[in-house]
Design a binder for this molecule. Structure first.
Ligand code: SAM
Length: 293
């Protein structure tokens, strides 16, 4: 019987791995080169600081080791060929995808009031969740909408969920969450909107009741003009502007405002409120803005 022996590159010892990471941490010119590339690709502004040098070394070190690359410059040389898979791996490693169900929960109370009132009367509700990460925000929006329309006629909900990171977007579309990730989802909502997996890991699967309303698509907020044919009633774009520099924030906010219909609402992260200066928009609640009629 033949035996297949896989060739496995010798793993670095812990001390070799540590010294590699610490060499990367001290490579300031390589850092600046890659941070500039990241800014051009995503709008993410990564100024040179000890914290960011460590962050980049921690995130890119494993990729460089896996590809047997000695330095940031060697990696930058590969990225310069602009091969989509390589660029995505780089983007995926350098984006921060922290999120959770019912994050900044006051926003969902506000959303429920809006759709119970001024935004709820039409036959269709168009929502965009920009920078949706692994999807918890998407499902929280949909749970909120379903709950708001219990006992009432529900409009057709069309939710577009986007992110620049393809890998994270695929996880969002899968709609599967561990018990730990489900921490902030109350039992009633688990029962109504999720199917519970069996087995030791007890993964929770988002129900088709919610998934049927969503389209997932990759989208870079710093891309040129936004391509949407029909304006949105509601846009969530939370906890991503914090990574951009001021001119990029201003440009993205101008385009987000343009993607809303008059009377539509924009939700930003709480730490991002105060960044919006647009005479078309008025502030209606903490980090919530309405496009004037
Ligand atoms: C911290 S998460 C925020 C997730 C969610 N909105 C929330 O508030 O919980 C930031 C997300 O922004 C995405 N992102 C970063 N730059 C982006 C860009 N230029 N265009 C679109 N998404 C971007 C990242 O991939 C990441 O998933």
């Amino acid at each position: 019987m033949s035996r297949v022996v896989a060739f496995v590159a010798p793993a670095l010892s812990l001390s070799e791995a540590n010294s590699f990471t610490s060499r990367l941490r001290n490579d300031r010119s390589g850092f600046v080169r890659l941070a500039t590339m990241l800014g051009d690709l995503t709008g993410i502004h990564l100024p040179e600081s000890e914290k960011n040098l460590s962050l980049m070394a921690g995130r890119l070190g494993p990729i460089l080791r896996e590809r047997d690359l000695e330095s940031y410059d060697a990696y930058a040389g590969i990225l310069a060929h602009r091969i989509p898979d390589d660029l995505q791996t780089f983007i995926s490693a350098m984006t921060t995808n922290t999120t959770e169900f019912f994050r900044e929960s006051a926003h969902f109370d506000h959303l429920a009031r809006l759709v119970g009132g001024e935004l709820g009367g039409g036959p269709e509700l168009r929502v965009w969740c920009a920078a949706c990460s692994t999807g918890q925000e998407v499902w929280t929006i949909l749970i909120t909408l379903h709950e708001a329309f219990v006992g009432a006629r529900m409009p057709t909900i069309k939710l577009l969920a986007t992110d620049i990171d393809h890998e994270i977007l695929a996880r969002a579309a899968l709609g599967r969450y561990t018990e730990h990730e489900m921490g902030s989802v109350p039992p009633l909502f688990r029962q109504r909107y999720f199917l519970q997996g069996t087995g030791a890991r007890k993964v929770w699967q988002v129900s088709p009741l919610l998934t049927q309303s969503v389209t997932f698509a990759p989208f870079n907020l710093t891309a040129g003009a936004y391509p949407f044919k029909h304006p949105f009633d509601i846009v969530f774009c939370r906890n991503v502007l914090i990574y951009f520099d001021r001119p990029t924030v201003a440009d993205v906010l101008r385009k987000l405002g343009g993607a809303l219909r008059p009377g539509g609402h924009l939700f930003l992260g709480h730490s991002e409120s105060g960044t919006l200066r647009d005479e078309r928009m008025s502030s209606v609640a903490a980090a919530v803005y309405k496009r004037k009629e």
